[in-house]
Design a protein around this ligand. Structure first.
Ligand SMILES: [Zn+2]
Length: 276
């Protein structure tokens, strides 16, 4: 339940839309049947259908002629088709879609926008105005397009749900993912990775390197500030420092090996030599 309520609040969507959805979710919208229960002189008939029936939340927002056609139109996407048993179950199907991130965000937005536009139509008609089904659809698309623009800085520009979906799916297909992973060096080798950067390029700069063995264990990591320079020089400086550090390790390890070897030889032979 709490998870549902969290999904009602969406970045990039006007607050009033989420607030209405929250009220619907909690049964706090003054539909005709609720008004009638408070004051029996008020009609409980809906104004959305050609043959009026009792206006409940489920009727107004899901089962009325217009609401049903709207939900049906927007649900004609893979993974969303299915029986519309009740309002919460229908909305949850949108929210549980297992698709790309952008589509998931849009699917979180769409039910809230549908509810808002159905409510707006209902109130316009109640006050003597007209609000065609086509206009409901246009307004829903318009709000979705604005949300996509705010959230993803993408201007699809075509007021059509199939076009919006095609664009989002195309965007997904055009994405390429490059997996960046570190590959360890062979056994008995070490690998030195370096990085250098300049803030401002040229500007204050720093360089860093780290050395890891074949198991991926970190042996050394070092970072330092350098004089103001460009990115390229900072990168080169990091490589140079890394190289000298590795060379010094090899030198010291070679020297250690030589000392140990000399000690071993002197122990075996009775003499001692440290000549290189
Ligand atoms: Zn109706």
């Amino acid at each position: 339940m709490n998870e549902d309520l969290n999904l009602l609040w969406i970045k990039g969507l006007p607050f009033k839309l989420s607030y209405l959805a929250w009220r619907i979710w909690n049964g706090k919208v003054p539909v005709a049947s609720l008004m009638h229960s408070w004051n029996p002189t008020i009609s409980q008939d809906c104004m959305c259908c050609s043959i009026p029936v009792e206006e409940t939340i489920e009727h107004l927002f899901l089962k009325s002629e217009v609401a049903f056609r709207i939900w049906d139109h927007y649900s004609r996407v893979d993974g969303l088709l299915g029986p519309m048993i009740n309002l919460k179950q229908t909305v949850r199907r949108w929210w549980s879609s297992n698709s790309s991130y952008r589509i998931q965000v849009v699917f979180q937005v769409v039910p809230i926008v549908i509810l808002w536009c159905l409510w707006k139509r209902r109130n316009t008609i109640l006050h003597g105005g007209s609000f065609s089904e086509r206009k409901v659809s246009w307004e829903i698309n318009d709000i979705i397009l604005k949300a996509i623009k705010t959230r993803f800085k993408r201007d699809i520009g075509r007021n059509s749900w199939p076009d919006i979906i095609t664009d989002l799916q195309g965007h997904r297909n055009n994405c390429s993912i490059n997996i960046v992973r570190w590959i360890p060096p062979p056994t008995n080798w070490v690998k030195c990775n370096t990085d250098g950067t300049s803030r401002g390029n040229p500007g204050p700069s720093s360089a860093a390197f780290c050395i890891r063995d074949s198991s991926g264990s970190l042996m050394v990591a070092k970072g330092f500030k350098i004089q103001d320079t460009s990115n390229l020089v900072a990168e080169a400086r990091a490589i140079r420092e890394g190289f000298f550090f590795v060379r010094s390790i090899i030198y010291h390890m070679s020297l250690l090996k030589l000392i140990l070897w000399s000690l071993y030889k002197s122990w075996k032979g009775g003499g001692m030599s440290l000549g290189v």
